[in-house]
Design a binder for this molecule. Structure first.
Ligand SMILES: *Cc1c(COP(=O)(O)O)cnc(C)c1O
Length: 375
């Protein structure tokens, strides 16, 4: 029986393994393992990709988001106890970055079609304590619309992007200037380069993006023990450095990202065209945005049977995410919150294989297996 693993990073990285090894050897031979030229060039390349002025490469995605919020606190724009609107359908790290800084996540339910923050619910959540919105471009689909922009502007809210899942996605910004790459939509962004993400390192890494010079300088200092220059600490900072080795791996990956995004879009189109069973709802493809398909997430009522059936037919799947943050034990303060769309999604979503070596042919084969599912 042919097997379709959900994700095998060794296989996924196989097409560029020689380039990765060459780059790794070059770093090893250079003797420069932190703050080297790859880190500097990665920062330039990411800033350019997202059309922002500054990029600070850091240790991971959670640290990137923590640094953005901490940076705004040091600048006096956010304070202990302030509220940040966060979509309820997200990975728990989006909330952790807020609560770790003594701020309060204010959960907003999502739309069934985008599975991202529902901006029609924003107004109902506003209060004087709400100072920012964290946007999460979940599964690689940009979260951006006119209403969101207008509300943020009218109420002076900071827009922080959690772009852990959508590097190089694009949102159409009608009324603005055409198309904008995620990471450059709001005031500041935290990105993750965790190995499974659509731009993944071979270990932990992340970055902060912003066009705000003061925030960039604050984050850079905070990530370096709070030092603005050597042995001069202006903040009680952190150590959030990126490894030079990971920066080098990411620069190799970044070169191939347009091709990889194209491939993921082709797989997504193939699934959406060939999965025809009424038992499975495929994710929306939005012609006015560029989705990057970190995950291809379908919805199915009898999920356990569906996954067991696929597994028995050689198709690996995963769930993103079975338990929403407001149902996690560590966030018991949200126990009584009811966020119906998020909760339904949590009980129905299934992620299908999309990373290399899944090609058009295997996507058709997987679709055919799915179409033969009876619940
Ligand atoms: C992965 C992820 C993070 C955290 O990134 P790490 O690099 O694992 O710390 C944050 N938010 C979202 C939405 C993620 O998917």
């Amino acid at each position: 029986m042919k097997r379709y693993p959900f994700l095998d990073l060794k296989l996924a990285n196989e097409p560029i393994v020689d380039e990765l090894k060459t780059a790794a050897c070059q770093v090893i031979d250079s003797g420069r393992y932190l703050h080297g030229e790859h880190t500097e060039l990665l920062e330039q390349e990411m800033a350019q990709l997202c059309q922002v002025k500054y990029c600070v490469a850091v240790s991971n995605g959670l640290d990137a988001l923590r640094l953005v919020i901490r940076g705004y606190k040091e600048m006096g724009l956010l304070h202990d106890g302030d509220k940040v609107i966060v979509p309820a359908n997200t990975y728990v790290a989006s909330l952790l970055a807020v609560s770790d800084n003594g701020l309060v996540p204010c959960l907003c339910d999502v739309r069934p079609d985008t599975m991202n923050l529902d901006s029609s619910q924003l107004e109902g959540l506003l209060s004087p304590a709400v100072k920012a919105i964290m946007l999460v471009h979940l599964y690689g689909t940009p979260c951006w619309d006119e209403q969101l922009m207008a509300i943020a502007k009218q109420h002076g809210l900071l827009i922080i992007e959690d772009n852990a899942q959508a590097v190089a996605a694009q949102a159409s910004t009608a009324g603005l200037n055409g198309t904008t790459t995620t990471g450059g939509l709001g005031n500041a962004t935290g990105m993750s380069f965790y190995p499974t993400k659509n731009l993944g390192a071979l270990g932990d890494a992340g970055c902060v993006l912003t066009s705000d010079e003061q925030l960039a300088a604050t984050v850079r200092a905070l990530a370096n023990y709070g030092a603005d220059r050597r042995y001069h600490n202006i903040y009680k900072g952190l150590n959030c450095r990126i490894d030079e080795l990971q920066a080098a791996m990411l620069r190799v990956k970044l070169k191939h990202l347009p091709q990889e995004t194209e491939r993921r879009n082709m797989i997504a189109r193939t699934y959406s065209e060939h999965i025809t069973t009424p038992l499975v709802t495929t994710p929306a493809i939005f012609p006015h945005m560029r989705q990057v398909w970190h995950q291809y997430v379908v919805r199915v009522k009898h999920r356990d049977q569906f996954r067991a059936y696929l597994e028995a037919n050689g198709v690996g799947t995963d769930i993103h995410y079975a338990t929403p943050p407001h149902r996690q034990p560590c966030y018991s303060e949200y126990k009584s919150c009811h966020l119906p769309v998020t909760e339904t999604l949590a009980s129905e979503v299934v992620s299908l294989p999309i990373a290399h070596p899944i090609d058009e042919q295997s996507a058709i084969e997987i679709s055919n297996i799915i179409n033969n599912f009876n619940d």
